[in-house]
Design a protein around this ligand. Structure first.
Ligand code: 5RP
Length: 262
């Protein structure tokens, strides 16, 4: 089955598999959204089933909630859990300070709330997500549907004075209609090309009426687990200042490698 996986999918899988080591019995765990996070949910589901791991999972989207339930993880709301031991999630870009762009899957709002409510946030990503400077990936911002075009104009106007290389934006679509987030909002993707001062931009965007949240995760991520297509895994911990390398073999288990919809 793994022979059918692309090198990128193998990289995502080994990152997720290694990150599952962060999860211990009895923990409350934030479950990210996206294809890499889906591997993590699968790995945790296997640990629940085969090793008797007992965890409470707080999903960051309805998609992840559904998958977590399917694989046997006990799902609770953030209000029930209140505070989490660890959140493990994917990212669209990460830099050397482990600042991130997230929201490619449209779940940035819940992802940021859940990650911020955690003792530790661990990002899982293939090496292709590493960048010197954030911004090649369009920055998602979640906006209220009411007056979204006015908000868009205001955002583009504000970008003139920011340290970025582009200032166009597009409304994310789902076929012929605007994409709607789990919170009932829309997403504007900002085509900035290069973000010179991500911290400043994140603060400015969140001050604008109509903007609910932006996809810049600044000083939130504690460690990144980077997967490579050949099974190599690198763990960089920003607090400890450590880098560890290991290698994971692909274990072909039907449960993990079949029916992965995301
Ligand atoms: C969803 C996200 C995802 O974590 C991000 O888009 C990465 O996704 P993938 O693991 O599929 O590459 O932020 O809102």
């Amino acid at each position: 089955m793994t022979g059918e996986l692309s090198p990128i999918d193998k990289a995502k899988f080994v990152a997720a598999k290694r990150a599952a080591d962060y999860v211990e019995d009895g923990m409350r765990v934030g479950l990210g959204t996206g294809s890499t996070a889906a591997w993590l949910v699968r790995c945790l589901g296997e640990m629940v089933r085969d090793e008797g791991l007992r965890i409470k999972g707080v999903p960051t989207s309805t998609r992840t909630a559904q998958l977590a339930k399917e694989v046997g993880i006990q799902v609770v709301s953030l209000d029930e859990a209140r505070w989490l031991d660890v959140t493990i999630d994917g990212a669209d870009e990460f830099d050397s300070e482990l600042n991130l762009i997230k929201g490619g899957g449209g779940a940035l709002l819940q992802e940021k709330i859940v990650a911020t409510a955690s003792d530790q946030m661990v990002v899982i990503a293939d090496i292709g997500k590493q960048v010197e400077t954030l911004g090649a990936f369009p920055l998602p911002i979640e906006v209220i549907p009411f007056g979204w075009q006015t908000t868009q104009a205001l955002v583009e106007e504000t970008l003139i004075s920011m340290d970025v290389l582009g200032r166009t934006s597009t409304l994310r679509m789902n076929g012929d209609t605007p994409f709607v987030t789990d919170e009932g909002n829309h997403i504007l993707d900002l085509h900035l090309n290069r973000i010179g001062n991500a911290r400043q931009l994140a603060l400015v965007l969140n001050q604008m009426p109509g903007v609910v949240e932006n996809g810049l995760f600044i000083d939130i991520c504690d460690a990144v687990v980077i997967g490579y297509g050949d099974g190599k895994v690198e763990v960089r911990d920003i607090n400890e200042g450590t880098v560890e390398e290991s290698r994971l073999d692909f274990v072909e288990t039907d449960n993990l490698f079949t029916d992965l919809a995301d």
